[in-house]
Design a protein around this ligand. Structure first.
Ligand SMILES: [Ca+2]
Ligand SMILES: [Ca+2]
Length: 249
């Protein structure tokens, strides 16, 4: 559970009928007629109602982050814009390409000493790789495929369909915090089979403020090379005047 969950912000609700009371009372929170079950919950104290800001803000599409350095709560509805401009992941070039990583680049990041053993600082290993520039690598393929073979050091928490659910996001944040605590980079790299669904999933998670990239062309095409991209169909095209242009091979 991240630190932000413990932050309760005062919502100035000075309305008729609420009087200063010494005792703290718990208060039910309904959003769109649905009772929110969240701990710590809402309270009434000294005439003010305090509600957990994360559950409210996220319900209405905003993202909430805790800024430890400035001791501040950041509520933002522009994370999608930042992601599309490549500003979701710190450093690197700006632009959407900043959110993509080539398999060969990822391999080099995970195997600095070039001995073929990736992320060889893991338990029971004693190689010369450096965790400092390593992202948390997350496999979003089916679990059986992950269990059969995956990128060394990659973790699996759920398939792509559930990766954006709050439980999954909490798990991702917890794993990323642990990874950073162990000396790793504050960045997640997702991969799937061909790079298509991981690109989609990275967009969704990036719009929620998670520092995430997608591995281009995925496990089957770029990492294993067991699949190739679809064959080009070479169909006709048009220019801006509507004139047909033959493909011409
Ligand atoms: Ca190595
Ligand atoms: Ca490394």
């Amino acid at each position: 559970m991240t630190k932000i969950y413990t932050v309760i912000l005062a919502i100035a609700l000075l309305f008729t009928g609420v009087y200063a009371e010494a005792a703290v009372k718990s208060v039910k929170l309904f959003i769109d007629n649905q009772l929110m079950m969240v701990e710590p919950g809402s309270i009434l104290s000294n005439g003010q109602v305090y509600v957990p800001i994360r559950v409210v803000a996220e319900h209405f599409g905003a993202q909430v982050q805790w800024d430890d350095k400035n001791n501040a709560v950041l509520i933002n509805q522009q994370q999608g814009d930042l992601y599309l401009k490549g500003q979701n992941v710190p450093g690197g070039s700006s632009g959407i390409m900043n959110n993509l990583v080539k398999a060969a680049e990822l391999k080099d990041i995970l195997d600095e000493d070039g001995d073929g053993e990736l992320a060889d600082y893991r338990n029971g290993r004693s190689g010369g790789d450096d965790i400092a520039n390593d992202p948390l690598v997350v496999d979003i393929r089916n679990q059986t495929d992950y269990d059969t073979s995956h990128i060394p050091g990659a973790v699996w928490i759920t398939g792509v369909e559930r990766i954006a659910e709050q439980d999954s996001i909490d798990q991702l944040n917890n794993l990323l915090n642990e990874h950073v605590k162990n000396g790793g980079k504050k960045e997640i790299v997702l991969y799937c089979y061909t790079g298509n669904t991981s690109g989609l999933a990275a967009g969704v998670l990036g719009a929620k403020g998670i520092p995430v990239k997608s591995m281009m062309y995925g496990f089957d095409i770029a990492w294993q090379g067991t699949k190739s991209a679809d064959k080009a169909i070479r169909a006709d095209m048009e220019d801006s005047g509507g004139n047909t242009i033959g493909c011409g091979g």
